[in-house]
Design a protein around this ligand. Sequence first.
Ligand SMILES: NC(=O)c1ccc[n+]([C@@H]2O[C@H](COP(=O)([O-])OP(=O)(O)OC[C@H]3O[C@@H](n4cnc5c(N)ncnc54)[C@H](OP(=O)(O)O)[C@@H]3O)[C@@H](O)[C@H]2O)c1
Length: 305
Amino acid sequence: MTRILVTGVSGLLGINLAHETMRAYDIVGVDRGKLVNAPFKIWKADLLDAGAVDAMLNSVRPNWLINCAALADLEACDNAPYLARALNTDLPAWMAKACRTRGISFAHISTDSVFDGEKDGFYTEADSPNPLGVYSQTKLDGERAVLDENKNAIVARVNFYGWSLSGKRSLAEFFHHNLTNNKSMSGFTDVIFCPMFVNHTARTLIKMLEKDLNGLYHLVGTQAMSKYQFGVEIARKFSLQESEISPKSILTSSLTARRAHNVALSIHKLSTDLGEALPEFSTGLDEFYTQYKQGFPQKIRSYAL
Ligand SMILES: NC(=O)c1ccc[n+]([C@@H]2O[C@H](COP(=O)([O-])OP(=O)(O)OC[C@H]3O[C@@H](n4cnc5c(N)ncnc54)[C@H](OP(=O)(O)O)[C@@H]3O)[C@@H](O)[C@H]2O)c1
């Protein structure tokens, strides 16, 4: 059975990727101590400790490594730029090299926010990035360092939503939480993105590894929409009051880190190389809703301290 090492397994992507794939693959998740009850194997490590990556690879001996560990909070990156660089640039570069020398397939997760958002329409892999802040700059540097170290690596620029361990990690959870508590909230009308259901992200990553793809790919949802529209879609799916969401411009928000207005990405390269269309937005939203009805959010939270 193919053994997959998943770093950042307590994160939004990591936990869902591990959960999605644990029946078909031998999953080992890397965790710093949050997971106590996970239904897959755990390798406990702080990946910034000296020698941690090599010790882990030598002991776990995975076939594939999927790196979901990051400092992915934009404001946290602005507040701790050295930590952001260590996690988002230096660590993936080291992993890429360590995997190359051991013949391990490596997939690294990047972000849609490497672009400045000035383009009208969808960004392709050939468009020039222009990061607006510490998070996006360190992620872009990470992409480049990974592909410099390991030309067989996959670098996937993503954007996803789903249920998380904390219940607070994804934008979908933000809207769902406020809507179910009858709390009014705003949704940005001038930030356009392509949200993908996280299990679709996970399944597609697996297909990319199975197909032995390599290089830079955009891996996001098929439909571009504003963050406000996304909130409305969540409200409608869960039969909650969409009028609780007020349309608002990000220019009037209290968020301090700069964000691009348009991070719609083209998935043409990926769907061509995979030889299939990526799942529709509505299919993902249906699955997100079904998970909720089946108690999935509570289930994954029971894995954590
Ligand atoms: N969420 C999105 O829509 C989105 C959008 C674009 C790109 N991305 C990218 O997708 C990837 C996954 O994002 P996410 O939202 O799943 O992130 P997340 O929920 O913030 O999870 C980050 C993970 O990294 C782990 N980590 C941080 N420092 C570590 C260290 N020193 N040693 C070991 N593990 C460490 C965290 O562990 P602890 O729990 O112990 O802190 C956590 O498991 C990231 O590369 C991110 O940049 C995400």
